[in-house]
Design a protein around this ligand. Structure first.
Ligand code: GLC
Length: 535
């Protein structure tokens, strides 16, 4: 299939940048990032070259799960600013030709949301059925064995009304009943509210969780469970997630978006590839981008990753646009997973594969997971399973801007401690350093956005040595590129019999390589990645 190079949407051509608002930039000295802070840093994002900014939740919330427990879907948490601040931010983003994507959390609300307060007030309350209330089993135990992702049972007993309610996450995050048409309408109205304001799309939180088995069947045991894993992994969530009916729902959500021009729906979905691609929907009428987390989850092994890329390319439905994610606020940072040198190779991979890349804030300067002393842990996932090293705080620490106190993030006390080495590892220090991670990011983004083949061209795998991943990107009528990445620390050879695979190194993890003419046989150093402009 040859890409039609001239007919792509902004989110197919663009690069997405995820901001965790608490940690990006504080403007008022309370130690927590805010909307004005983001506004103040838009020049940086534009300089970096990203197309769209996705903000993790900024709505009113008791913050039991740092904003993923929403108590008002149509407001802004005062910690982050006001509606006016939001409108100013949106305008400023648009003014720069960029897009703004909001997090939408439709699976659950906060237990402080007025809907839930009503729902739990009495069994005959009109909103009772908006949530998943069920009677106990005869012995008083929960309706079934479903577990909470954050540890313990997924069911919480409510003494006053004598029923359990289901929460896939914290008990402070009760799941909505999406089988109820009123719930659907209420959430569609929320979507319209933000779309009317001009928001360019949503990243839909835990999309695969939204509908559960109506018969509440028990989940089966996971035969591969190991004690180091989260307790949730003890069972296979076959009845509590990824139900067939979820696809009707995704379709309906998409219809809401399609009443507007050019808006984007991303789905957060942690599922094996074959189940994941079903979320593109029949005839592509589902999510535009079901998040593809393979680079986050697979071991950093060239053979496994190369196979996964090919498999993903192979199972994408016709017209389904690929996407790649290397980091987010729920997973360890790439630099901490694969090391500083390989993180450069990973950046080239993310930004040269076919499909929309999502960059997690700070990864562009190689930020690492910051060790958080036990007494300072804030993430409920970490607190609830203290012995499993599952806290997400280390990947959520404040952005490292410069070498001033608190890295320029705040004049107050940061809500989460900063990396000790922030004085060396920050935006300011890397901005003009030709060898820095930031410079590598800026250059590869620039090249990608300038070259049709890299931006939207086809992906053609190329046979390579076991330590390497190699592929060509090509759009008809435009220069082609060969990308060769060494995912190991040892040198390796790339050899080809294809006489057309020769050209000049345009960009490399070790810039000394650039400008070299290469062909037939190329020796790569450990941790080396090259982008070759083919003749
Ligand atoms: C998603 C979010 C995560 C949150 C969870 C519950 O996985 O990314 O941060 O804790 O949903 O809303």
């Amino acid at each position: 299939m040859t890409a039609d190079s001239n007919n792509h949407l902004w989110w197919q051509e663009g690069v997405i940048y995820q901001i965790y608002p608490r940690s990006f930039q504080d403007s008022n000295g309370d130690g927590i990032g805010d909307l004005q802070g983001i506004l103040d840093r838009l020049d940086y994002l534009q300089w970096l070259g990203v197309t769209a900014v996705w903000l993790s939740p900024i709505y009113p919330s008791p913050m039991a799960d740092f904003g993923y427990d929403i108590s008002d879907y149509q407001g802004i948490h005062p910690l982050f600013g006001s509606k006016e601040d939001f409108k100013r931010l949106l305008d400023a983003v648009h003014h720069r030709g960029m897009k703004l994507i909001l997090d939408l959390v439709p699976n659950h609300t906060s237990d402080q949301h007025p809907w839930f307060l009503e729902s739990r007030s009495a069994r005959d309350n009109p909103k009772r059925d908006w949530y998943l209330w069920h009677d106990p089993l005869p012995d008083g135990s929960p309706p079934n064995n479903w577990l909470s992702v954050f540890g313990g049972s997924g069911w919480q007993w409510d003494e006053p009304t004598g029923q359990y309610y289901y929460h896939a996450f914290l008990k402070e995050q009760p799941d909505l009943n999406w089988r109820n048409p009123e719930v659907r309408q209420a959430m569609f109205d929320v979507m319209r509210f933000w779309l009317d304001l001009g928001v360019d799309g949503f990243r839909v939180d835990v999309m695969w969780h939204m509908i559960k088995d109506q018969q509440l069947r028990d989940n089966p045991a996971n035969p591969d469970y190991q004690s180091y894993m989260a307790t949730y992994e003890q069972l296979l969530p076959v009845y509590s997630t990824d139900q067939p009916e979820v696809h009707d729902l995704v379709l309906e959500m998409r219809k809401v978006l399609d009443a507007y021009d050019d808006r984007l729906m991303i789905g957060e979905i942690y599922l094996p590839i074959h189940q994941l691609v079903a979320y593109y929907g029949i005839d592509g009428k589902g999510a535009h981008l079901p998040f593809n987390f393979q680079l986050l989850l697979l071991p950093w092994d060239s053979r496994q990753i190369a196979a996964a890329i090919d498999q993903y390319e192979g199972v994408l439905p016709a017209g389904g646009w690929p996407n790649w994610v290397l980091g987010n606020h729920d997973q360890p940072r790439i630099t901490s997973r694969v090391g500083k040198e390989q993180a450069r190779v990973a950046a080239l991979l993310l930004l040269t594969l076919r499909g929309t890349p999502t960059i997690y804030y700070g990864d562009e300067i190689g930020m690492r997971d910051v060790p958080i002393p036990f007494g300072e842990v804030q993430d409920p996932q970490g607190l609830n399973m203290p012995d499993k090293n599952l806290s997400r705080d280390p990947a959520r620490t404040p952005m490292q801007w410069d070498n001033s106190p608190n890295a320029g993030f705040t004049t107050g006390k940061p809500w989460l401690r900063l990396a000790d080495q922030f004085r060396r590892e920050n935006v300011q220090a890397q901005r003009d350093d030709p060898y820095s991670m930031l410079t590598l990011h800026r250059r590869i983004i620039g090249l990608r956005q300038q070259e049709q083949s890299l931006m939207v061209g086809d992906y053609v795998p190329v046979f390579a040595d076991t330590q390497l991943i190699a592929y060509v990107r090509q759009a008809k009528g435009y220069p082609r590129f060969l990308i060769i990445l060494n995912l190991s620390h040892r040198p390796a050879y790339f050899k080809t019999k294809d006489p057309t695979l020769k050209g000049v190194v345009e960009l490399a993890t070790y810039p000394e390589r650039e400008g070299q003419t290469v062909g037939e046989s190329i020796q790569l150093g450990g941790d080396e990645g090259v982008v070759i402009r083919l003749d």
